[in-house]
Ligand binder design. Structure first.
Ligand code: ATP
Ligand code: MG
Length: 785
């Protein structure tokens, strides 16, 4: 393994090596996209664990220069004896993996960090605390949350739970959603938490401002309700951890001693609470290394403050700053385009990246005439690229808003392009999955009222909203939990009528709780017991909903998640552990790099990732930059940083697309090409456009390719544009069940079903290698065999 590391270190350039070997004291690595910041961070951890380090000993306080120290570390890292006498020595105890804390932003990034550490360090890598801010905090709170009055199996509320809770608060405070929406209250609370402002302080700051006063009340009630339910929302995880460390010196000391080295990736996106957390933890050792890029700060709307990076040297005196300027990710053309765009921002530290990589292809800038045409263009480019040997997974489509994926999906399905969406309706956001999670949560914590209410009549048990409201009211009056009231429903007059049903529900839940407490019941068994006792699947089947089968598949899929969780965690596996993992999952985790499909996600979620070919649709003023930013210079700069992040995800090829007319949110608009396109020097760009709208000359042959297959049919199309365009039909081949077919990508297969649909036919085909797929006959370009 030493050799592996040696090779890895020697691959790094001088500046990168300096960062890897500067292990003691505060260090800021400030560098542009693709310059190897994350790579350095990983190697630095490997170095610290494998080789210990040379550092200036306090006892021998000496004249050792930084260069000597660096040189000494290089020898140590190479496993070679020091050739010169230096007054330094190894750290007395070598650093153990669990003494290292590495924090990053997305679960995906944390997973990658772990993988890379694992491949460098073997099993030892597993013990490093490499995770997101949220999981790190959840872990600390599970240990010491009781000091703040939570149990150690507190529930983590996701966005949807928080919304329900806030709607209740609005109701009891008589706040009309039309006047002050739950969304705006929640986002105000979230900002407050980012800045560590408690409800009391919020009220003080509100002064005589009515709106802020109302928010303050809602904030106070919301926090009280959360506490009552033994629950925290996402922001609480960070805030409460900071409070814990501030208020309990023993806990602070424990973690300050535990973590000898702390590293934070994407530091430019930290907010004030996260800054405090890192500062507290690192105060004693001062061995804090943060890496970031001021040009990639894209979370101001979530309270991230670039000040954290700009003030690092002030917060941590004697901080060493290392800048990396060589980009290893992108071709010259892509990098120059990114540099040219970001240069237009005035508020930046300013740096120019260069690369040794080849110039590569020019950047494709394509003007389509509609959003549909834009999607067609992208599909065509992907199929061309796959035809010459790329994988689908080499292609990523990054957009400004989730809603842009819709039309792309449609076209991809028609063209038989496998894709995965990161974001949008995620697995854990589906109703049936939320129901199942709610069952598991209530079993884990019967005080979780929000979720109790979600499932009490799910499947239908004839327990109406009114009964639930009454039970809730009784619970509130008596200061007991709703579950306790339900358990004794027959003792309360208002509940008499529904008591048998309530008691039955309570008995079922109690049985499940008992099963969960039995060590011999595995999570998967518990899950099946829930399905059994509630007859959830039976009632789905009875509902005869069109999507019942899909839902059942999803429910079964959740079982595989439970099984996998138990396999991964062995003895440590627990119901609360699983629920925690689920609530911390963000969309990015559904991205499985192993399966060969095109990836689609927002630019925000693509932070830190890289792909050989990147498509950026919707580069139009009004879309990107968004309409809200156009008259606000500060927001334009934030949008431009986002464009910089988008462009720098590409390694080899980049395509930027704009549509002359776009149907979005139900109405059609005409937008100019994005100013960010105009900021790219013309010599880096190869422009193209979908051919002009023209009435076909009489007798003109119909095009045969699926992508050329558009003709304008009426005079009026010229003025009305895309809505009047229709697909002409390529020559039809008749398919029948049982026919053998050949598909360019999926190979050979057998037709299972044929369903006519409009002018086309939907085919269900069992491919030998690729499994069963549904394709549209006219688009799939199948050959009969
Ligand atoms: P971002 O700002 O997007 O997070 P980054 O600065 O973290 O980027 P990395 O993701 O670490 O950059 O590296 C970008 C690419 O360059 C990766 O593919 C990485 O393997 C490669 N790379 C980094 N350093 C070197 C090097 N010295 N030699 C060759 N390739 C390198
Ligand atoms: Mg990175």
């Amino acid at each position: 393994r030493k050799n592996v590391l040696k090779k890895e270190f020697s691959r790094m350039n001088d500046r990168q090596q300096e960062a890897v070997f500067s292990v003691n004291g505060p260090l800021l690595i400030l560098a542009g996209a693709g310059s190897g910041k994350t790579t350095v961070l990983v190697n630095r951890i490997a170095n610290i664990i494998r080789y210990g380090n040379a550092y200036k000993s306090e006892n021998i306080s000496n004249d050792l220069s930084e260069e000597d120290l660096s040189a000494a570390n290089r020898y140590l890292s190479a496993g070679e004896p020091l050739p010169f006498q230096v007054k330094c020595h190894f750290a007395a105890e070598p650093c153990r993996p669990w003494q290292i804390l590495a924090i990053t932003f997305t679960n995906k990034a944390a997973g990658e960090l772990k993988n890379r550490l694992n491949s460098m360090l073997g099993e030892e890598g597993d013990d490093i605390w490499a995770s997101t801010f949220h999981s790190t905090c959840a872990r600390m709170l599970r240990r010491d949350g009781d000091k703040l009055g939570y149990s150690n199996h507190f529930t983590i509320y996701d966005t949807d739970d928080s919304r329900r809770m806030m709607k209740e608060c609005q109701k009891s405070l008589g706040i009309d959603d039309k006047i002050l929406s739950f969304k705006s209250i929640l986002s105000a609370i979230s900002r407050a938490k980012d800045s560590m402002i408690q409800p009391k302080e919020y009220l003080q700051q509100a002064g005589s401002d009515n709106r802020l006063g109302l928010i303050a009340q809602a904030y106070k009630l919301y926090q009280a309700k959360l506490k009552e339910a033994d629950a925290m929302d996402f922001d609480d995880l960070i805030c409460n951890t900071v409070c814990l460390l501030q208020q309990h010196p023993d806990v602070l000391e424990y973690y300050q001693n535990k973590f000898r080295y702390i590293m934070v990736d994407e530091y430019q996106d930290t907010n004030h609470a996260q800054y405090l957390l890192v500062k507290l933890l690192a105060q004693k050792s001062t061995n804090l290394c943060v890496v970031g890029d001021d040009d990639q700060s894209i979370y101001k709307f979530r309270g991230a403050t670039i000040e954290n990076i700009l003030n690092f040297e002030r917060t941590f005196p004697n901080a060493k700053v290392i800048r990396l300027e060589q980009n290893y990710r992108s071709t010259k053309n892509i990098l120059n385009a990114a540099n040219a765009v970001i240069e237009n921002n005035t508020e930046r530290k300013g740096k120019t990246l260069w690369t040794d990589n080849p110039a590569g292809e020019k950047i494709g800038v394509h003007t389509a005439f509609s959003e549909q045409d834009e999607a067609d263009y992208i599909a065509k480019k992907i199929l061309e690229s796959v035809a010459v040997g790329r994988k689908f997974a080499d292609h990523a489509i990054l957009y400004r808003m989730n809603s842009q994926s819709n039309i792309l999906e449609k076209i991809f399905i028609k063209s038989g392009i496998p894709y995965r969406i990161i974001g949008g309706l995620r697995f854990y956001e589906r109703k049936e999955i939320r129901d199942m999670i709610a069952y598991l949560s209530v079993i884990n914590n019967p005080n979780d009222e929000i979720r109790l209410r979600r499932i009490i009549n799910q499947p239908k048990r004839s327990i109406g909203d009114k009964t639930i409201a009454q039970a809730t009211e009784i619970a509130a009056t008596l200061g007991e939990s709703v579950f306790d009231i339900i358990k004794n429903a027959d003792q309360y007059e208002p509940l008499k009528r529904t008591a048998p049903k309530l008691l039955q529900f309570a008995a079922t839940m109690q049985e499940l709780i008992d099963a969960a407490n039995d060590e011999n019941t595995s999570l998967n068994e518990l899950y099946h017991l829930i399905l059994d006792k509630t007859d959830y699947i039976g009632s789905l089947k009875a509902s005869e909903n069109d999507d019942a089968q899909d839902r059942i598949d999803n429910i079964n899929e959740l079982a595989s998640n439970l099984i996998k969780y138990e396999e991964d965690n062995g003895e440590e596996a627990s119901l609360s552990g699983f629920l925690e993992e689920v609530s911390l999952l963000t969309d990015i985790d559904n991205f499985d790099a192993n399966s060969d499909s095109v990836v689609m996600m927002t630019i925000h979620s693509a932070k830190g990732l890289e792909f050989p070919v990147v498509f950026l649709p919707g580069f139009e003023d009004g879309i990107f930059p968004g309409i809200q930013a156009i008259y606000n210079p500060a927001e334009i700069e934030e949008e431009r940083r986002l464009a910089y992040v988008a462009i720098t995800r590409a390694k080899e090829e980049l395509f930027i697309v704009n549509a002359e007319s776009r149907m979005i949110f139900g109405s059609t608009s005409r937008n100019k090409p994005s100013r960010f396109i105009e900021e790219i020097p013309e010599e880096l760009v190869a422009r193209s456009r979908t051919r002009e709208w023209k009435k076909p000359a009489p007798g003109m042959a119909l095009p045969t390719s699926a992508f050329e297959a558009r003709v304008v049919t009426t005079e009026s199309a010229r003025s009305f544009g895309p809505s009047n365009l229709i697909h002409s039909e390529p020559p039809k081949v008749q398919f029948q069940v049982g026919d053998g077919v050949m598909h360019k990508t999926f190979g050979t297969g057998l037709i299972l079903s044929v369903s006519p649909m409009g002018n086309d036919t939907l085919l269900e085909i069992a491919f030998e290698k690729a499994g069963t797929k549904k394709l549209m006959a006219n688009f799939a370009r199948l050959q009969k065999i």
